[in-house]
Design a protein around this ligand. Structure first.
Ligand code: FAD
Length: 400
């Protein structure tokens, strides 16, 4: 009988692995279980805050996976995994049997870190860390804010989805505010001591937004020793451990994250909340017939990005085919590139190449990655263009 692979989650990781499994071996039956009929990409969603693009253009569907590659797409939510019987239970009542399961459910949020900030409060103070309706809510809030208003962006400790994402968002908001509300301010309250591409962001903010001067549109504050512990929703105040109180007109609170809940409920996450894997095959360390990829899995030091999710998915597809067909495994390696826009015409990037070490660790290949050169107007313009090209190619490679 034809081997059966079920993929749970049709984001960048799940869509890519489903597509590439069929490309590598058309004789495998591949079923993708995805809760939503359309997917909204988080990449490029920050650009809306600068007035670039619209939500409609961030939306993709699963038609190409079906018709071009023969993936069976099931619009349903996986509610439970029966690991001993190798079955995925669906909300509609049915079940999907598998020989190998690929789990790619992305992230869920931890509501136990900032008291008073839960799923209901997030409708009013959107995280917008899953692109969709909250992205638009946040956009409208920023646009409606008073002329001298303040946006607070609360950023969690590592690891979380898209390390440079909060700083790109601040940049894109600042670009719009500079034209429409130049007296406004963006206050980044960070649980970390430093952040991704910090020198490049700060140089860009100094160049465009007065960073480092009293009139800067953006201020960055590390609260690594004084974490945010409480939201007072009525007064819009975020309070820290030592009693500092921060208030703003718009509160964009990005909570700490974990692997998608289906992974945690099935016992496939560790105490840190993420799914440990054997990198070479993406197999869960808890169950050899389950592979975990994308944001839900722990591939550190590879960051949680769509580019990395796509790369992990391809390596996983090769491994799954080899295991099902009892062929020797190819050596895995992974790529990541994260572009960020500081303005629509000023791009910066970080890139890395990764290989498995002996054992269960991943090494960054030295000399094979790096960040933008910095302070080079021509390169900044070119990288802003590459950011858009890479986005389009990544979406096409994953969903089309
Ligand atoms: P997701 O994309 O979250 O997909 C998970 C899917 O699983 C979802 O569609 C969900 O509906 C489905 N699902 C979950 N549970 C179930 C279930 N039980 N049953 C059925 N379906 C289920 N990355 C980049 O590379 N470049 C960027 O420029 C970039 N910008 C970003 C900007 C922002 C603001 C944010 C928030 C993120 C950004 N990222 C970027 C990161 C990127 O969005 C994530 O790393 C990527 O989406 C991870 O893919 P994934 O497939 O693991 O998870």
């Amino acid at each position: 009988a034809e081997p059966r692979v079920v993929v749970v989650g049709g984001g960048f990781a799940g869509a890519t692995v489903a597509k590439y499994l069929k490309i590598l071996d058309g004789g495998i039956r591949v079923t993708l279980v995805e809760a939503q009929s359309r997917y909204t990409t988080c990449p490029a969603s920050n650009w809306l805050f600068a007035g670039m693009g619209d939500m409609e253009r961030l939306s993709v569907d699963y038609q190409a996976l079906r018709s071009r590659y023969g993936v069976e797409v099931v619009a349903d939510t996986a509610t439970a995994l029966d690991l001993s019987r190798k079955r995925v239970q669906l909300q509609s009542g049915g079940a999907q049997a598998y020989d190998r399961l690929v789990l790619a459910p992305g992230i869920d949020f931890r509501w136990d870190v900032i008291a008073g900030y839960d799923a209901a409060a997030a409708e009013r103070f959107p995280h917008a860390w899953k692109a969709g309706p909250q992205t638009l809510t946040l956009l409208r809030q920023v646009q409606a804010m008073p002329a001298g208003g303040v946006v607070l962006i609360a950023v969690p400790a590592d690891p979380y989805r898209c390390p440079p994402g909060p700083y790109e968002r601040a940049s894109m908001m600042a670009f719009w505010l500079k034209q429409h509300k130049p007296r406004a301010k963006i206050l980044i309250l960070d649980a970390k001591r430093s952040f991704s591409k910090q020198a490049l962001f700060e140089a860009g903010w100094a160049k465009h937004y007065g960073y480092g001067t009293p009139n800067s549109l953006i201020e960055w504050h590390s609260l690594a020793d004084n974490p945010l512990l409480e939201l007072h929703a009525d007064s819009k105040i975020l309070a820290s451990e030592f009693g500092d109180r921060f208030t703003g007109d718009v509160l964009n609170i990005i909570p700490p994250q974990t692997a998608g809940s289906i992974a945690r409920r099935s016992g496939l996450a560790d105490a840190g909340g993420w799914c440990p894997v054997r990198p070479a095959t993406a197999q869960s360390t808890f169950d050899e017939f389950v592979h975990v990829i994308g944001d839900a899995a722990n591939y550190a030091p590879i960051p949680k990005s769509a580019f990395a999710a796509n790369s992990e998915a391809k390596a996983c597809a090769f491994a799954v085919v080899s295991l099902l067909r009892e062929q020797p495994l190819a050596e895995a390696h992974w790529l990541n590139t994260c572009y960020s826009l500081v303005t629509p015409e000023h791009g910066i990037s970080v890139a890395g190449v990764y290989k498995p070490d002996t054992g269960n660790t991943i090494n960054s290949v030295s000399g094979a990655g790096g960040v933008s050169v910095g302070n080079n107007a021509e390169a900044e313009r070119a990288e802003a263009e590459y950011a858009q090209i890479v986005y389009r190619n990544l979406v096409a490679d994953s969903f089309a």
